[in-house]
Design a protein around this ligand. Structure first.
Ligand code: F0G
Length: 458
């Protein structure tokens, strides 16, 4: 058996990477106030900021794009899109949107009212924000293992069933308009949810007659983890596993920028006729006519093809192996990461990586800055810069629960040699970790400060 991981594709079109020297990177970093969000992408060598909208499309997708039908209503591209979505997800109504959060906004606007409670394994930021914007409470009920970075568990994204029951009991059925499951659990380290857990959540939903919706962004990766790790799924195709997952749900929200292998797009799906009508009415108000929902016909084509490619077994096998390779190689040298590696990203535990840097000097941001300096790698801090809250006294801050740095891997974009380069850069930073200093925040916006904050070295 040959062990080398190879990309199950050849490269037809290339995009030049501009090489930069350490002194150049020092200058770019200082100009950006030590915040890589403020560095031009051109000056980034390996961009691991997100796996969203950053995929490389296939020749088949580009060929489909050339056939985009831009008719306003009922275009051929819409029909292809709808058929492709229904073939996998199986829901009766499909409503295209320009991306995932638009689907969330429309779903919650129709279902959630002031004082409602929405349980999820872990809400992604936009999901939480859209619920809170309507006066609802977004409750995270992932199993305890899902909150411990070093603990091993095959399905760390699972929902805590006892906590779900208690939450419904406490709020009362009438205040829980829906239950959600995020596949995979992005905010919890990209960890999968098992089929048994999805079934158990469905059972509780049935008992209380509460609809179950799936945040399906990374459904194909989750399906593949089920195939690899759950009893009884070894011989099943990812498509059949995905179909079973969605058979337990009443609908879903989807960002096609992830497992749709597209650069933009999303959708909302449901089996509820009345709800679908309300959603379409709202869609017309803000997104577009229900057969395009803010997308061009060519975008619908790219997604129709991409959803199927994301379920190819060779692709999923390579995807998971490649991310795992990155995680395992840095773990072997002692770098602390969220275990086990997920499919779309590796999360480094920056508080454990840089224990000498106090939380108020942002160890995660300091590590992000060093990764850029060392290798031109752009990662994102998911810690106290993103989630720190003002403390009781002026200037004081309550740190986030964890100080993580996410290295998100765009789909089909980087090769194994790029991954080797990332491993080497991380290990170089690791070997000189004692000398890395913390950062002081010198500018912050009143909300979502991580996008524009500026820092200086302590
Ligand atoms: N749900 C999950 C689990 C997500 O990861 C995202 C986006 C969304 C919903 C929203 O979708 O961006 O199309 O509006 N996650 C990206 C990320 C931004 O970098 O993790 P969107």
């Amino acid at each position: 058996m040959i062990k080398s991981i190879i990309e199950p594709f050849k490269i037809k079109v290339i995009e030049q990477i501009k090489m930069t020297s350490p002194p150049e990177r020092q200058r770019y970093l200082e100009e950006a106030g030590y915040n890589p969000f403020l560095i031009d992408a051109e000056n980034v060598l390996i961009d691991l900021l997100t796996d969203s909208g950053t995929a490389a499309m296939s020749a088949e997708q580009w060929a489909a794009i050339a056939q985009g039908d831009e008719a306003y209503a009922g275009s051929r591209s819409w029909i292809r899109f709808k058929n492709s979505v229904q073939n996998i997800f199986g829901f009766k109504h499909v409503i295209p949107t320009h991306q995932g959060r638009a689907a969330e906004r429309i779903l919650f606007s129709c279902m959630v009212k002031n004082g409602d409670v929405v349980p999820n394994n872990t809400h992604f930021d936009t999901t939480r924000a859209n619920i809170e914007y309507l006066g609802g409470e977004a409750v995270d009920l992932v199993i305890p293992e899902g909150k411990q970075p070093a603990t091993l568990h095959p399905f760390k994204g699972n929902m805590d069933i006892a906590a779900l029951c208690a939450t419904i009991q406490k709020a009362g059925r009438d205040r829980v308009p829906l239950v959600m499951l995020t596949l995979t659990n992005n905010s919890g380290g990209g960890q999968p949810v098992s089929m048994a857990n999805i079934r158990a959540v469905r059972k509780i939903c049935n008992e209380h007659q509460i609809p179950l919706y799936i945040d399906a962004c990374r459904f194909a990766e989750n399906a593949y983890f089920i195939k690899l790790r759950e009893e009884g799924y070894k011989a099943k195709a990812p498509l059949d596993i995905a179909r079973e997952i969605f058979s337990y749900a009443d609908g879903c929200t989807m960002s096609a920028k992830k497992d749709g292998l597209a650069n933009i797009g999303g959708f909302l799906a449901t089996n509820d006729d009345t709800l679908a009508q309300q959603e379409k009415n709202l869609l017309i108000l803000t997104e577009g006519y229900p057969t395009y929902g803010g997308l061009a016909g060519r975008d619908l084509e790219a997604i129709a093809v991409g959803l199927n490619e994301a379920l190819h077994e060779d692709y999923l096998n390579y995807r998971i192996a490649s991310t795992r390779y990155l995680g395992d190689h840095i773990t072997r040298e002692g770098v602390p990461i969220v275990q086990p590696p997920g499919a779309h990203a590796i999360y480094i535990d920056a508080a454990a990586f840089l224990p000498h840097i106090p939380r108020y000097q942002y160890p995660g941001q300091a590590l992000v800055a060093e990764l850029y300096l060392e290798g031109g790698i752009r990662a994102v801090e998911i810690g106290s810069v993103m989630f720190g809250k003002p403390g009781p006294r002026p200037g004081e801050e309550i740190p986030a629960t964890m100080e993580l740095v996410r290295l998100a891997i765009p789909r089909r974009v980087y090769t194994q040699s790029h991954i080797d380069y990332v491993v080497e850069a991380i290990l170089d930073v690791w070997s000189r970790r004692d000398k890395i200093r913390g950062l002081k925040m010198v500018y912050q916006a009143p909300f979502l400060r991580h996008f524009t904050a500026r820092f200086e070295r302590v």
